[in-house]
Ligand binder design. Structure first.
Ligand SMILES: NC(=O)c1ccc[n+]([C@@H]2O[C@H](COP(=O)([O-])OP(=O)(O)OC[C@H]3O[C@@H](n4cnc5c(N)ncnc54)[C@H](OP(=O)(O)O)[C@@H]3O)[C@@H](O)[C@H]2O)c1
Length: 294
């Protein structure tokens, strides 16, 4: 199924996107059409862009920005704390953005007559621990209470990757490790199993979710289940470097999203890992050739 066709492109929509400047948000904004009204929230002033009106606001503040627009049909809440790994030092930054702002935003949405709230949770919420995932789970539990009032769509992305992603995330970290000959630790022989999704497919799924007429919840993940060894070997092929591995005796973790519901509701992910990672690796090779970052 073509995700774009399924998403009802052509309908006019009025949407408010938080986290619009992030990895997924940057790929999502261009998917809205000329007639859509798109407001995007950021902590920073941003130059006006085609079809996008930027609102400045900090979601750690205890009030939502005063100038949230009227007439919004859909809120897409993608913002997350950039300190999400810094527990306990940044616990309250994580809490304010991931939990409290979600609570404020969906309550604003209800009062403002918004019909749909799309929330980006995380793929790890059911299987892993930690403060960040606990904050995502809390927010899921809170927003689900609003299902009788508006369409609530909870998405759980698994290992989104794409250009311009922060280097500490798994896939860019692996690219850097392969490029610089750093060993990659594998649980057992082949390591964790995962199905990473290219950011263009994740954005298409979220765009599709912004047109759904019912409350839903689904994983957002890629088309192939790979071991970490396969991921690293694919990266190595595109960088022309053989990855090096060290092994632990743990049994391999499995962090695999089930794409059945995503495929039915908004379309299947289209980019293979080989094709998606080729773009990222091309960028790395160009930067290396040009001496960027040295
Ligand atoms: N990428 C993945 O692999 C992945 C996996 C699982 C779940 N997710 C979830 O998917 C969503 C989008 O992920 P992403 O990778 O696109 O995120 P990202 O690149 O880390 O971007 C985070 C966004 O949050 C905004 N933000 C941070 N602090 C803020 C604050 N105090 N007030 C307002 N906005 C703030 C930032 O906007 P400004 O800097 O412009 O203010 C930025 O656009 C997140 O909720 C994330 O938890 C992503």
């Amino acid at each position: 199924v073509d995700a774009y066709a399924r998403s009802g492109a052509g309908d006019v929509t009025a949407v408010l996107v938080t986290g619009a400047s992030g990895l997924i948000g940057r790929s999502l904004l261009p998917l809205f059409g000329d007639h859509d009204q798109v407001w995007a929230l950021s902590r920073r002033e941003r130059p006006p862009a085609d079809r996008v009106r930027w609102i400045v606001g900090d979601l750690t503040a205890h009030r939502l920005p005063a100038e949230l627009p009227s007439g919004v049909e859909t809120v897409i809440h993608l913002a997350q704390s950039e300190h999400y790994r810094s527990f306990p030092e940044q616990a309250f930054d994580i809490f304010e953005i991931n939990v409290a702002s979600t609570a404020r935003l969906i309550d604003w949405a209800r009062r403002a007559g918004v019909t749909r709230f799309v929330y980006a949770s995380s793929g790890g919420v059911e299987s892993r621990g930690g403060y960040y995932l606990a904050s995502k789970k809390c927010a899921e539990l809170l927003v689900e209470n609003y299902r009788s009032l508006l369409h609530v769509i909870v998405l759980r992305p698994f290992f989104v990757y794409g250009e311009g992603q922060r280097p500490s995330m798994l896939i860019p970290w692996l690219v850097d490790a392969v490029q610089n000959g750093r060993p990659i630790r594998l649980e057992g022989r082949d390591g964790m199993r995962l199905n990473p999704i290219h950011v263009s497919d994740a954005a298409a799924a979220i765009h599709g979710a912004s047109r759904l007429e019912s409350s839903e919840g689904f994983d957002v993940a890629g088309p192939e289940i790979l071991t970490l060894r396969q991921v690293a070997d694919t990266i190595g092929r595109h960088l022309d470097r053989a990855p090096s591995f060290v092994h632990s005796h743990e049994s391999p973790t499995e962090l695999v999203g089930d794409i059945t519901t995503m495929t039915r509701l908004v379309g299947a992910p289209r980019r293979t890992f080989d094709s998606g990672i080729a773009d990222l690796c091309r960028g790395v090779r160009t930067a290396d050739r040009d001496g960027v970052g040295r």
